[in-house]
Design a protein around this ligand. Structure first.
Ligand code: AMP
Ligand code: MG
Length: 528
C-alpha cells in the first residue's frame, strides 16, 4: 500500500505495538493467533472513498489544523486507502464471553488501528477504522460495515460524549464506494447496502476480553504484559505494576464501570450486546451495535432481536451484567494475584456502590438537595413502578417534571405529552400517579433550593434530546438516498442535549406510533 509523507501536523507514537508482542505470521487469513496482542494488517482499498462527515471539534482536539481538514486526501486517509508516515496498522487480539458463553478468540474482525497519535492535551489517542476489511480475526465474515450501522455509531458516540458519558469517539464517517451484502435479520433476505468506515478514537481500545483470552489459554506472560501495559499507559496514577497495584487497578475499573452503568440508566441507554469483548477497560461506552434508547420506560426492554428471548442485556439488567463481566475480568487476572479475597470484596462492593450511586442519581433526577434515607428510596421505587405500569416516555417525563405546576388541577395537562396512551389511563392509575406527585410536592418542601435552582439542577441531568431510535432511522433512510442533512442536524442538536434548543423541538417529541414496531426503530440485530 502506498505511503505518503506525513502532511499532517501530528506525530504517531505507537506504544501498543512497540511494547506488546506482535503476531509473527503476516498472512492475512482467519486463524488462531497465540502469544500475540495484535497482528499487523493493512486496510482494504475501496472503490471511491467519500467523506460524509467529520467531527471538527474532535479533529482540532486531536491536533488537525484547519488547513489539514481541507486536504483532499482526508477521505483517502480516513477510509484506510492511504497510509501516512508513522502509521503501522494493526488489529487487536482478544476473546470474550458472548451471551454468557465463552466464545474463544474474537479480536478486531473488522477494526483496524491506524496508530496512536500524541495529542497536546489528552495524551495518546488511537485512531481506529471500523469496517476497513478483513483481518486474521474476521473468521468467516467480511470485515466490512454498512452505512446504516456506521451512522448509528457516528451519531451515538457523539451523543454520549455530549451527555457527559464516557465513550469512544467518532472522528469521521466515510462512504467506501463499495457495496456490502447484509441479511439484516438473518432471515434469508440479503440486500446490497452501502459500505462505510467510521474512524473511532479512544485512549485505549483494550477490552475485558483482551485479558480473558491469554488467561483462558494459560498464557500468563502475555496476560501480565497486557495488564502492566494498561496500568502504565492509562492508569499511571496507580504506580508501578505490582500485586497491590493490580488490585487497585481492578478496583478502579470496577468503580468506573459502575458509574458508567449509572449514566446509562440515567439517560435510558441500552447497549444491547454487553459481551465481555464489548467492555472497555477504560469503562467507556464502546462498540455501538444494536443499541437503543428508552422511549416508554421499561426495564425489560431490549432493542436487540438476537436477545429478544433471554433479554440478558435488557435495560434493567445492565448493572448486574456489568458486574458479571467484571467477575470474568477478575477471574482472568486471578493468576497474577493468587488471592481471591480482595477481588471478591471488590465485586461485592460493586452492588453496594451501585445502590448508593443509583440513589444519588435519582436524587439529582428529582432535584433533591439531600437524600432522606428510606423515605426517598421509596419515592424513587414507586416512581419507577408507576412509569412501568403505563407507557411513559422517560425523557419527556423527567424533563417536564422540573417545571410541574403547583395546582393539582393542572397536572394532567402538564404531563399529558409524556404518556403514549393518555386517553386510556385508568382512574386507578391516575389516582396513584397524582398521589405520587402529591408526595413529591410535599418532599420538595424540605428542599433548600428554590424552584428555579431545582429546575436547573434537574435539566442538567435529565436530557431533553437523546438519539431516539426512530430519529436515527430517519437520518439513515435519508442518507441511503444521498441526503445527509439529517445526520448533520442530529449531530448539531445532540451536541447540547440538556439545552432547550426551541428550534429543534421536533426532535424532542415522543416516538410516533408508526415507529413503534418498525425495523431499525425498535428492532435491531447484530448484523452491521
Ligand atoms: P460485535 O458483537 O459487533 O462486537 O462483534 C463480535 C465479534 O465479531 C468481534 O470480534 C468483531 O470483530 C466480529 N465481527 C463483527 N462483524 C464483523 C464483520 N462484518 N467482519 C468481521 N468480523 C466481524
Ligand atoms: Mg465488539
Amino acid at each position: 500500500m502506498a505511503k505518503i509523507r506525513n502532511n499532517y501536523n501530528f506525530q504517531f507514537n505507537n506504544q501498543f505495538i512497540l511494547q506488546l508482542p506482535a503476531d509473527l505470521e503476516s498472512e492475512n487469513i482467519s486463524r488462531q493467533v497465540e502469544g500475540a496482542a495484535f497482528s499487523f494488517v493493512s486496510p482494504q482499498k475501496t472503490q471511491n472513498p467519500l467523506l460524509v462527515s467529520i467531527n471538527h471539534q474532535l479533529a482540532l482536539e486531536l491536533g488537525f489544523t484547519l488547513e489539514e481538514l481541507q486536504l483532499k486526501d482526508l477521505a483517502t486517509f480516513l477510509s484506510g486507502n492511504r497510509l501516512i508516515d508513522g502509521m503501522k496498522p494493526y488489529a487487536m487480539n482478544y476473546g470474550g464471553h458472548q451471551f454468557g458463553q465463552w466464545a474463544g478468540q474474537l479480536g478486531d474482525g473488522r477494526a483496524i488501528n491506524l496508530g496512536q497519535i500524541q495529542t497536546k492535551k489528552h495524551g495518546l489517542k488511537t485512531l481506529q477504522l471500523k469496517g476497513s476489511g478483513r483481518t486474521p480475526y474476521s473468521r468467516h465474515a467480511d470485515g466490512l460495515a454498512v452505512l446504516r450501522s456506521s451512522i448509528r455509531e457516528f451519531l451515538c458516540s457523539e451523543a454520549m460524549f455530549h451527555l457527559g458519558i464516557p465513550t469512544t469517539r467518532a472522528l469521521s464517517l466515510c462512504l467506501t464506494g463499495d457495496k456490502v451484502t447484509r441479511d439484516m435479520f438473518y432471515d434469508g433476505n440479503p440486500k446490497q447496502e452501502l459500505g462505510a468506515v467510521v474512524c473511532r478514537v479512544s485512549s485505549s481500545f483494550i477490552r475485558f476480553g483482551s485479558f480473558q483470552l491469554p488467561a483462558m489459554r494459560g498464557d500468563n506472560k502475555l496476560l501480565k504484559q497486557l495488564v502492566d501495559f494498561s496500568i502504565e499507559q492509562d492508569f499511571p496514577h496507580l504506580g508501578e505494576p505490582s500485586v497491590a497495584v493490580y488490585i487497585k487497578w481492578f478496583q478502579e475499573i470496577s468503580e468506573k464501570t459502575c458509574k458508567l452503568m449509572i449514566d446509562w440508566m440515567r439517560v435510558g441507554f441500552v447497549h444491547g450486546v454487553m459481551n465481555t469483548d464489548n467492555m472497555s477497560i477504560l469503562s467507556e461506552t464502546i462498540d455501538y451495535g444494536p443499541y437503543g434508547w428508552i422511549d416508554a420506560f421499561d426495564l425489560k426492554w431490549t432493542p436487540n432481536t438476537t436477545d429478544a428471548q433471554g433479554k440478558r442485556y435488557c435495560f434493567g439488567a445492565q448493572p448486574e451484567v456489568a458486574q458479571w463481566n467484571l467477575f470474568q475480568l477478575g477471574n482472568a487476572i486471578y493468576s497474577l494475584i493468587e488471592d481471591a479475597e480482595p477481588l471478591n470484596k471488590i465485586l461485592n462492593d460493586y452492588a453496594l456502590k451501585y445502590e448508593n450511586l443509583w440513589l444519588s442519581m435519582m436524587q439529582s433526577k428529582l432535584g433533591l438537595d439531600e437524600l432522606i434515607e428510606n423515605n426517598d428510596a421509596d419515592l424513587f421505587h414507586r416512581l419507577e413502578k408507576l412509569m412501568s405500569e403505563e407507557e411513559v416516555d422517560m425523557t419527556i417525563f423527567y424533563r417536564v417534571l422540573s417545571s410541574f405546576p403547583e395546582q393539582p388541577s393542572l397536572w394532567l395537562a402538564h404531563f399529558k405529552e409524556c404518556f403514549y396512551d393518555e386517553g386510556n389511563l385508568s382512574d386507578d392509575y391516575l389516582a396513584k400517579f397524582f398521589q405520587w406527585l402529591n408526595d413529591y410536592q410535599n418532599r420538595l418542601v424540605k428542599n433548600f433550593s428554590t424552584a428555579y435552582e431545582r429546575k436547573n439542577l434537574m435539566d442538567g441531568v435529565n436530557p431533553k434530546f437523546v438519539l431516539r431510535n426512530y430519529l436515527a432511522q430517519q437520518a439513515i433512510e435519508k442518507a441511503e438516498q444521498g441526503d445527509y442533512s439529517m445526520v448533520d442536524e442530529l449531530l448539531q442538536v445532540l451536541q447540547s442535549p440538556y439545552s432547550e434548543q426551541k428550534e429543534f423541538e421536533h426532535f424532542a417529541i415522543k416516538r410516533p406510533e408508526w415507529a413503534k414496531n418498525k425495523a431499525g426503530c425498535s428492532m435491531l440485530s447484530c448484523s452491521s
